[in-house]
Design a protein around this ligand. Structure first.
Ligand SMILES: NC(=O)c1ccc[n+]([C@@H]2O[C@H](COP(=O)([O-])OP(=O)(O)OC[C@H]3O[C@@H](n4cnc5c(N)ncnc54)[C@H](O)[C@@H]3O)[C@@H](O)[C@H]2O)c1
Length: 255
């Protein structure tokens, strides 16, 4: 199949691009490098450094749509809406084929903020797509810098540097952590099987909630506690069953 990946130089985009290519698919894509890095993209893949909103046509069987400002705390809400919702709206005008869309567990509560709201809105303008709500994704190439780096990547960096890890609140809040290779496999399965098309919303998660304080136990580092952001939910429970029932997907890599 010809598969086009938006956000191909990002953490998840570059990982899935490699898996799709290894699976015998022809992979192309775009990334404006606002957050991604060109060196992430596996060699031998043809892709363009361009904002999705400027792409004029896409020749593909399926688009894996990952390009977004993946950053709930981004200081400029307008930019976040523009990047996430307007880029997705542009994609629906440019490409009339199958789309696999990367939403998030926080889209279940769109009032949490512009990131959650923009993803929720995107879900609603993609009524024919397969819609994945990812849990907290971790793994190689995850950013340990910037406005909203991954907690595991940041803590690993701190541990290596002999610095304390920061825990927000008392650490009793829980999250579902899923490995990027599992997420990439879910995306591959959705490309190869249209059973999720038609706006099916599926959590891509492990179904296991881990308290942040227990995650900290896995690190050999001092802890420092910081005030918790009041909009951070106590937990974001997700259900692995729909992805299993519809696509036969289940996570395989434990934390
Ligand atoms: N990482 C997670 O835990 C997680 C959880 C839930 C959902 N998601 C979603 O999965 C997708 C990928 O996330 P990620 O963690 O790989 O983030 P990422 O920031 O590493 O990747 C996103 C990529 O999109 C690019 N991009 C942003 N706006 C663009 C635009 N308008 N045109 C072209 N490229 C653009 C960025 O440069 C970046 O490389 C995002 O849509 C994100 O919201 C991620």
């Amino acid at each position: 199949m010809n598969i086009y990946v938006t956000g191909i130089a990002g953490f998840i985009g570059s990982t899935v691009a490699g898996l799709l290519k290894d699976g015998g698919h022809t992979v192309t894509g775009c990334d404006d490098l606002s957050m991604g890095q060109a060196t992430n993209v596996p060699p031998g893949i043809r892709w363009t450094v361009k904002d999705l909103r400027e792409i004029e046509s896409i020749d593909a069987d399926v688009v894996v749509h990952l390009a977004a400002m993946s950053c709930a705390r981004w200081p400029d809400p307008d930019e976040l809406w523009q990047r996430n919702l307007m880029a997705t709206a542009h994609l629906t005008q440019t490409f009339k084929g199958r789309i696999v869309f990367s939403s998030t567990c926080v889209a279940a509560n769109p009032l949490l903020g512009p990131y959650a709201g923009s993803k929720w809105a995107c879900e609603h303008i993609l009524p024919t797509a397969t819609i994945f709500r990812f849990a907290n994704v971790y793994g190689p190439k995850q950013r340990d810098w910037g406005t909203e780096p991954g907690v595991l990547a940041v803590w690993q960096k701190a541990e290596r540097a002999g610095q304390p890890i920061r825990i927000d609140g008392d650490g009793s809040q829980t999250r579902d952590f899923i490995h990027v290779d599992d997420v990439a496999r879910a995306l591959l399965m959705a490309c190869e099987n249209p059973a999720g098309d038609g706006g099916h919303v599926m959590d891509v998660c492990t179904g296991v909630q881990t308290p942040i304080i227990e995650l900290a136990d896995r690190f050999d580092a001092e802890r420092k506690f910081a005030p918790r952001n009041p909009v951070d939910p106590d937990s974001m429970p997700q259900d692995p069953d729909p992805a299993w029932n519809i696509l036969g997907f289940a996570s395989e890599i434990s934390l």
